[in-house]
Design a protein around this ligand. Structure first.
Ligand code: PXG
Length: 295
Protein backbone atom coordinates (compact mmCIF):
# COMPACT_ATOMS: atom_id res chain seq x y z
CA UNK A 1 0.00 0.00 0.00
CA UNK A 2 1.39 3.44 -0.89
CA UNK A 3 2.08 5.81 2.02
CA UNK A 4 -0.76 8.26 2.63
CA UNK A 5 -1.26 11.54 4.46
CA UNK A 6 -4.47 12.68 6.14
CA UNK A 7 -5.47 16.10 4.80
CA UNK A 8 -8.74 17.69 5.94
CA UNK A 9 -10.53 14.39 6.43
CA UNK A 10 -9.18 12.52 3.43
CA UNK A 11 -6.29 10.18 2.78
CA UNK A 12 -4.07 11.32 -0.07
CA UNK A 13 -1.00 9.48 -1.45
CA UNK A 14 1.97 11.09 0.28
CA UNK A 15 3.60 11.90 -3.05
CA UNK A 16 0.51 13.93 -4.03
CA UNK A 17 -0.11 15.57 -0.64
CA UNK A 18 -0.18 19.37 -1.13
CA UNK A 19 -1.24 22.43 0.76
CA UNK A 20 -1.89 25.89 -0.68
CA UNK A 21 0.81 28.55 -1.01
CA UNK A 22 -1.81 30.83 0.62
CA UNK A 23 -1.96 28.67 3.76
CA UNK A 24 -1.05 30.91 6.72
CA UNK A 25 0.78 28.01 8.33
CA UNK A 26 3.31 28.44 5.54
CA UNK A 27 3.09 32.21 5.04
CA UNK A 28 3.29 33.16 8.74
CA UNK A 29 3.95 30.04 10.83
CA UNK A 30 0.38 30.55 12.03
CA UNK A 31 -0.59 27.15 13.40
CA UNK A 32 0.22 24.46 15.95
CA UNK A 33 1.61 20.94 15.81
CA UNK A 34 2.52 17.75 17.66
CA UNK A 35 5.16 15.06 17.24
CA UNK A 36 3.79 11.75 18.53
CA UNK A 37 5.24 8.25 18.64
CA UNK A 38 3.79 4.75 18.44
CA UNK A 39 5.57 1.70 19.85
CA UNK A 40 4.51 -1.83 18.94
CA UNK A 41 1.03 -0.86 17.82
CA UNK A 42 0.29 1.52 20.72
CA UNK A 43 0.34 5.31 20.57
CA UNK A 44 2.34 6.64 23.52
CA UNK A 45 0.52 9.24 25.63
CA UNK A 46 -1.88 10.18 22.82
CA UNK A 47 -4.29 11.90 25.23
CA UNK A 48 -1.48 14.08 26.64
CA UNK A 49 -0.29 15.04 23.13
CA UNK A 50 -3.83 15.95 22.04
CA UNK A 51 -4.45 17.90 25.26
CA UNK A 52 -1.31 19.92 24.51
CA UNK A 53 -2.41 20.39 20.88
CA UNK A 54 -5.82 21.77 21.91
CA UNK A 55 -4.17 23.95 24.58
CA UNK A 56 -1.69 25.30 21.99
CA UNK A 57 -4.59 26.03 19.61
CA UNK A 58 -6.46 27.90 22.38
CA UNK A 59 -3.26 29.85 23.03
CA UNK A 60 -3.35 31.24 19.48
CA UNK A 61 -7.18 31.45 19.34
CA UNK A 62 -7.40 28.75 16.70
CA UNK A 63 -10.45 26.50 16.77
CA UNK A 64 -9.64 22.95 15.69
CA UNK A 65 -12.41 21.68 13.40
CA UNK A 66 -12.28 18.12 14.82
CA UNK A 67 -13.30 17.16 18.34
CA UNK A 68 -10.93 15.25 20.60
CA UNK A 69 -12.29 11.78 19.74
CA UNK A 70 -12.28 12.63 16.04
CA UNK A 71 -8.65 13.72 16.23
CA UNK A 72 -7.71 10.59 18.18
CA UNK A 73 -9.32 8.45 15.46
CA UNK A 74 -7.64 10.46 12.69
CA UNK A 75 -4.18 9.86 14.22
CA UNK A 76 -4.77 6.13 14.68
CA UNK A 77 -6.31 5.74 11.21
CA UNK A 78 -3.32 7.50 9.62
CA UNK A 79 -0.91 5.10 11.33
CA UNK A 80 -3.07 2.09 10.35
CA UNK A 81 -3.50 3.29 6.74
CA UNK A 82 0.29 3.30 6.41
CA UNK A 83 0.58 -0.22 7.82
CA UNK A 84 2.81 0.97 10.67
CA UNK A 85 3.09 -0.28 14.23
CA UNK A 86 6.19 1.75 15.19
CA UNK A 87 5.77 5.27 13.91
CA UNK A 88 6.53 8.95 14.28
CA UNK A 89 3.41 11.02 13.67
CA UNK A 90 3.39 14.69 12.74
CA UNK A 91 0.02 16.33 13.35
CA UNK A 92 -0.37 19.91 12.09
CA UNK A 93 -3.26 22.38 12.32
CA UNK A 94 -2.79 25.67 10.47
CA UNK A 95 -4.90 28.82 10.33
CA UNK A 96 -5.73 27.73 6.78
CA UNK A 97 -5.95 29.44 3.42
CA UNK A 98 -6.12 33.24 3.51
CA UNK A 99 -4.87 36.18 1.49
CA UNK A 100 -1.42 37.77 1.54
CA UNK A 101 -2.19 39.91 4.59
CA UNK A 102 -1.67 38.64 8.13
CA UNK A 103 -5.31 38.95 9.15
CA UNK A 104 -6.34 35.48 10.39
CA UNK A 105 -10.02 36.44 10.11
CA UNK A 106 -9.68 36.25 6.34
CA UNK A 107 -8.71 32.56 6.44
CA UNK A 108 -11.45 30.24 5.26
CA UNK A 109 -10.89 27.64 8.01
CA UNK A 110 -8.10 25.58 9.55
CA UNK A 111 -6.10 23.01 7.57
CA UNK A 112 -5.50 19.73 9.43
CA UNK A 113 -2.91 17.29 8.18
CA UNK A 114 -1.27 14.20 9.63
CA UNK A 115 1.82 12.36 8.40
CA UNK A 116 2.84 8.98 9.82
CA UNK A 117 6.41 7.98 9.12
CA UNK A 118 9.12 5.82 10.56
CA UNK A 119 11.22 7.68 13.05
CA UNK A 120 14.77 8.85 12.54
CA UNK A 121 16.31 7.88 15.84
CA UNK A 122 19.52 9.16 17.27
CA UNK A 123 22.22 6.65 16.30
CA UNK A 124 23.04 4.05 19.02
CA UNK A 125 26.43 5.75 19.57
CA UNK A 126 24.61 8.70 21.15
CA UNK A 127 23.29 6.49 23.94
CA UNK A 128 26.72 4.91 24.46
CA UNK A 129 28.87 8.04 24.19
CA UNK A 130 26.49 10.89 25.06
CA UNK A 131 25.68 14.18 23.33
CA UNK A 132 27.88 17.25 23.03
CA UNK A 133 26.01 20.42 23.93
CA UNK A 134 26.76 24.12 23.69
CA UNK A 135 25.08 27.00 25.49
CA UNK A 136 23.29 29.16 22.92
CA UNK A 137 23.33 32.96 22.78
CA UNK A 138 19.83 32.95 21.28
CA UNK A 139 17.51 33.55 24.25
CA UNK A 140 14.31 31.45 24.50
CA UNK A 141 11.28 33.55 23.57
CA UNK A 142 9.76 35.09 26.71
CA UNK A 143 6.19 34.03 27.53
CA UNK A 144 5.12 37.67 27.19
CA UNK A 145 6.08 37.56 23.47
CA UNK A 146 5.10 34.03 22.44
CA UNK A 147 4.62 31.53 25.24
CA UNK A 148 7.10 28.68 24.61
CA UNK A 149 4.59 26.24 26.12
CA UNK A 150 2.56 26.77 22.91
CA UNK A 151 3.83 24.29 20.33
CA UNK A 152 3.35 26.67 17.42
CA UNK A 153 4.61 26.37 13.86
CA UNK A 154 6.80 29.40 14.49
CA UNK A 155 10.06 27.62 15.39
CA UNK A 156 12.56 30.26 14.27
CA UNK A 157 13.70 30.96 17.84
CA UNK A 158 14.75 27.31 18.16
CA UNK A 159 16.11 27.14 14.61
CA UNK A 160 18.38 30.16 15.16
CA UNK A 161 19.73 28.37 18.23
CA UNK A 162 20.09 25.15 16.21
CA UNK A 163 22.21 27.07 13.66
CA UNK A 164 24.56 28.03 16.49
CA UNK A 165 24.74 24.34 17.42
CA UNK A 166 25.58 23.40 13.83
CA UNK A 167 28.22 26.14 13.56
CA UNK A 168 29.88 24.79 16.72
CA UNK A 169 29.77 21.22 15.40
CA UNK A 170 27.80 20.13 18.48
CA UNK A 171 24.68 17.92 18.83
CA UNK A 172 22.25 20.13 20.77
CA UNK A 173 22.11 23.53 22.46
CA UNK A 174 20.97 24.78 25.85
CA UNK A 175 18.65 27.78 25.67
CA UNK A 176 18.44 30.23 28.59
CA UNK A 177 15.58 32.57 29.37
CA UNK A 178 15.88 36.35 29.65
CA UNK A 179 16.89 36.04 33.33
CA UNK A 180 19.72 33.61 32.54
CA UNK A 181 17.90 30.54 33.86
CA UNK A 182 18.15 27.31 31.91
CA UNK A 183 14.91 26.78 29.95
CA UNK A 184 15.41 23.77 27.66
CA UNK A 185 17.26 22.65 24.53
CA UNK A 186 16.26 23.54 20.95
CA UNK A 187 14.00 20.46 20.63
CA UNK A 188 14.31 18.62 23.97
CA UNK A 189 13.87 19.20 27.69
CA UNK A 190 16.83 19.00 30.06
CA UNK A 191 17.41 17.13 33.34
CA UNK A 192 20.32 17.03 35.81
CA UNK A 193 21.38 14.53 38.44
CA UNK A 194 23.20 16.00 41.44
CA UNK A 195 23.99 14.19 44.71
CA UNK A 196 21.48 11.44 43.87
CA UNK A 197 18.60 13.85 43.21
CA UNK A 198 17.06 14.65 39.83
CA UNK A 199 16.35 18.25 38.83
CA UNK A 200 14.64 19.79 35.80
CA UNK A 201 13.75 23.44 35.07
CA UNK A 202 10.36 24.42 36.47
CA UNK A 203 7.76 25.54 33.90
CA UNK A 204 8.31 29.11 35.19
CA UNK A 205 11.61 29.09 33.24
CA UNK A 206 9.53 29.17 30.03
CA UNK A 207 9.67 26.05 27.88
CA UNK A 208 7.67 23.51 25.95
CA UNK A 209 6.40 21.17 28.65
CA UNK A 210 7.37 17.90 27.04
CA UNK A 211 5.15 14.85 27.13
CA UNK A 212 8.37 12.85 27.57
CA UNK A 213 9.44 15.24 30.37
CA UNK A 214 6.22 14.54 32.26
CA UNK A 215 6.55 10.77 31.75
CA UNK A 216 10.20 10.89 32.91
CA UNK A 217 9.20 12.82 36.04
CA UNK A 218 6.73 10.01 36.87
CA UNK A 219 9.25 7.26 36.14
CA UNK A 220 11.93 9.04 38.23
CA UNK A 221 9.65 9.35 41.26
CA UNK A 222 8.42 5.75 40.83
CA UNK A 223 12.08 4.63 40.92
CA UNK A 224 12.37 6.29 44.34
CA UNK A 225 14.39 9.39 43.42
CA UNK A 226 13.69 12.88 44.70
CA UNK A 227 12.63 14.93 41.65
CA UNK A 228 12.64 18.71 41.88
CA UNK A 229 11.40 21.25 39.34
CA UNK A 230 13.28 24.49 39.97
CA UNK A 231 15.10 27.43 38.40
CA UNK A 232 18.84 26.99 37.86
CA UNK A 233 21.69 28.38 35.78
CA UNK A 234 24.26 27.13 33.30
CA UNK A 235 26.82 26.79 36.15
CA UNK A 236 24.54 24.20 37.76
CA UNK A 237 24.56 22.15 34.57
CA UNK A 238 28.37 22.26 34.45
CA UNK A 239 28.55 21.17 38.12
CA UNK A 240 26.06 18.29 37.73
CA UNK A 241 26.99 14.62 38.16
CA UNK A 242 24.84 13.65 35.15
CA UNK A 243 22.79 15.46 32.53
CA UNK A 244 20.27 14.07 30.04
CA UNK A 245 17.75 15.31 27.48
CA UNK A 246 14.18 14.11 26.95
CA UNK A 247 11.96 14.25 23.89
CA UNK A 248 9.65 12.14 21.76
CA UNK A 249 12.47 11.32 19.34
CA UNK A 250 15.34 11.12 21.83
CA UNK A 251 13.48 9.37 24.71
CA UNK A 252 16.29 9.87 27.26
CA UNK A 253 19.64 10.87 25.72
CA UNK A 254 22.75 11.25 27.90
CA UNK A 255 24.90 14.40 27.69
CA UNK A 256 28.66 14.02 27.87
CA UNK A 257 29.84 17.64 27.62
CA UNK A 258 28.64 21.23 27.60
CA UNK A 259 30.77 23.97 25.97
CA UNK A 260 33.65 21.50 25.79
CA UNK A 261 33.55 20.73 29.53
CA UNK A 262 32.77 17.16 30.63
CA UNK A 263 29.66 16.57 32.75
CA UNK A 264 30.50 14.27 35.66
CA UNK A 265 32.79 11.53 34.38
CA UNK A 266 32.08 12.59 30.77
CA UNK A 267 30.27 9.29 30.20
CA UNK A 268 26.56 8.46 30.38
CA UNK A 269 25.64 8.18 34.06
CA UNK A 270 24.10 5.22 35.86
CA UNK A 271 20.95 7.13 36.92
CA UNK A 272 20.43 8.26 33.30
CA UNK A 273 20.76 4.69 32.04
CA UNK A 274 18.45 3.34 34.75
CA UNK A 275 15.76 5.92 33.96
CA UNK A 276 16.04 5.25 30.22
CA UNK A 277 15.42 1.52 30.84
CA UNK A 278 12.42 2.35 33.04
CA UNK A 279 11.11 4.74 30.37
CA UNK A 280 11.43 2.06 27.66
CA UNK A 281 9.44 -0.34 29.85
CA UNK A 282 6.72 2.29 30.13
CA UNK A 283 6.52 2.76 26.34
CA UNK A 284 6.23 -1.03 25.89
CA UNK A 285 3.47 -1.32 28.51
CA UNK A 286 1.34 1.80 27.97
CA UNK A 287 -0.45 3.49 25.10
CA UNK A 288 -3.64 3.64 23.08
CA UNK A 289 -3.85 0.50 20.87
CA UNK A 290 -4.13 1.72 17.26
CA UNK A 291 -7.07 -0.61 16.56
CA UNK A 292 -8.97 0.82 19.55
CA UNK A 293 -8.21 4.40 18.54
CA UNK A 294 -9.49 4.03 14.97
CA UNK A 295 -13.04 3.50 16.20
N1 PXG B 1 11.19 21.33 23.78
C1 PXG B 1 11.00 21.70 22.50
C2 PXG B 1 11.26 23.10 22.10
C3 PXG B 1 10.54 20.75 21.56
O1 PXG B 1 10.35 21.14 20.29
C4 PXG B 1 10.52 19.09 23.34
C5 PXG B 1 10.95 20.07 24.21
C6 PXG B 1 10.20 17.72 23.87
O2 PXG B 1 8.79 17.54 23.93
P1 PXG B 1 8.13 16.08 23.85
O3 PXG B 1 6.67 16.33 24.04
O4 PXG B 1 8.47 15.51 22.51
O5 PXG B 1 8.71 15.28 24.96
C7 PXG B 1 10.34 19.42 21.97
C8 PXG B 1 9.96 18.34 21.00
C9 PXG B 1 12.87 16.98 16.35
C10 PXG B 1 11.65 17.72 16.79
O6 PXG B 1 13.11 16.92 15.12
C11 PXG B 1 11.25 17.82 18.12
C12 PXG B 1 10.11 18.55 18.45
C13 PXG B 1 9.41 19.14 17.44
C14 PXG B 1 9.83 19.04 16.15
C15 PXG B 1 10.94 18.33 15.79
O7 PXG B 1 13.59 16.46 17.19
N2 PXG B 1 9.56 18.76 19.72
Amino acid sequence: MPPVAFIDGEFVPLAEARISVFDHGLLYGDGVFEGIRAYGGRVFRLTEHLERLYASARGIQLEIPLDFAGMEAAVCRTIAANGLTDAYVRLVVTRGVGDLGLDPRKCSGPTVFIIASTIQLYPPEVYQAGLRLISCRTVRTPASSLDPSIKSLNYLNNILAKLEVARAGADEGIMLNQDGHVAECTADNLFLVKDGEVVTPSPAAGMLIGVTRNAVIEVTRAAGYVLREELFELEDVLAADECFLTGTGAEIAPVREVDGRPIGTGEPGSVTNQLHEAFKELTAREGTPIEVGVR
